[in-house]
Design a protein around this ligand. Structure first.
Ligand SMILES: C[S@@+](CC[C@H](N)C(=O)[O-])C[C@H]1O[C@@H](n2cnc3c(N)ncnc32)[C@H](O)[C@@H]1O
Length: 296
């Protein structure tokens, strides 16, 4: 899924009109952000092969920790599911697929949960609109045009029992701690976040980056500058029960995460971004910033 941009393509992406990096004095990080925007918005031949936007529910179950499928299955008629970085929204389209005759005989169909698919760019196709037309108005929403951190709970119609992210905002955001703060604020107590990251250090620190001579794709360093794992950082979130697990059969390898919100007094250790290189997904490094004295 990781992809290095050919130099000529990079130059083309950089010169798309109306991007800040085309201004004369863009800083290196602004140039990377601008390249990332070009990747996110690429369509037709400009959509990079590594930028996958159409994984369905079965692929989500394959990428996420065991238990995700059951969590979707258990959603009741009053529950809500947010898919962050939904691409075309195929996983949600699949969720609403009519049951087969045999399934309908075994278990009478019941109203399904409400869902919100979120994407920075609008990737909806006809299948999305056809599915939405079969449901109650508003049961299946698609929100776009901005990153997760720019949406409030009110914008999204309230909190969620289930939040998923398959190589979406968790992999792409340049503001990882703000991202996690927003995820935690959008979960109900007992609500669960399922996600995965490619090519990252595992909790025991005994794995190596997938690509020779390249670093892990997302890296976290502690307050003393020692490299730690995403899992260790997630475990420091207050009011979160965290399970981390490698998922076999993926190249690059995947680490999967399950975060359950256990109480309201959430506190996410702040991260400062120290590196961002555009890609599918981008290469990112963060440093945990010391907690303010009063909060220690
Ligand atoms: C590679 S696609 C993955 C789509 C889908 N999950 C799949 O597996 O097919 C990345 C998705 O994440 C979205 N995305 C990236 N950064 C985001 C952010 N900070 N907040 C919300 N969505 C984001 C993109 O707009 C896009 O919909």
């Amino acid at each position: 899924m990781k992809q290095i941009l050919p130099r000529c393509l990079t130059a083309f992406l950089l010169c798309l009109p109306a991007l800040p990096a085309c201004a004369a004095e863009a800083t290196p990080v602004e140039i990377e952000f601008s390249r990332q925007q070009s990747i996110l918005h690429g369509r037709g031949t400009l959509r990079l092969e590594g930028y996958v936007i159409d994984r369905g529910l079965a692929s989500y179950a394959h990428a996420l920790m065991p238990g995700f499928e059951d969590a979707v299955e258990r959603l009741g008629p009053k529950d809500r599911w947010l898919d962050i970085g939904a691409g075309r929204g195929q996983a949600i389209i699949d969720y609403y697929a009519p049951p087969s005759d045999a399934d309908a005989l075994r278990k009478p169909p019941r109203r399904k949960a409400d869902t919100v698919a979120m994407s920075i760019e609008d990737r909806r196709m006809e299948a999305w609109h056809q599915t939405a037309a079969r449901l109650e108005p508003g049961q299946m929403r698609y929100v776009f045009d901005k990153p997760l951190r720019a949406f409030s709970a009110a914008d999204l119609g309230g909190q969620f029992q289930l939040i998923s992210d398959v190589i979406g905002g968790f992999s792409y955001t340049e503001e990882l701690s703000m991202f996690m703060e927003r995820v935690m604020s959008l979960l109900t107590v007992d609500g669960v976040f399922y996600s995965a990251l490619q090519d990252v250090r595992n909790e025991d620190g005994d794995n190596k980056p997938f690509y020779p001579n390249e670093p892990f794709l997302t890296r976290i360093f502690d307050e003393k500058g020692a490299e730690t794992s995403i899992c260790a950082w997630l475990r420091r979130i207050q009011c979160a029960e965290v399970v981390c697990m490698p998922k076999s059969g993926w190249k690059p390898p995947l680490q999967t995460y399950r975060v359950r919100k256990t109480c309201e007094a959430v506190s996410v250790p702040r991260l400062e971004r120290t590196r961002f290189v555009a890609g599918t997904p981008p290469e990112r490094s963060f440093r945990i910033t010391p907690a303010p004295a009063a909060a220690r």
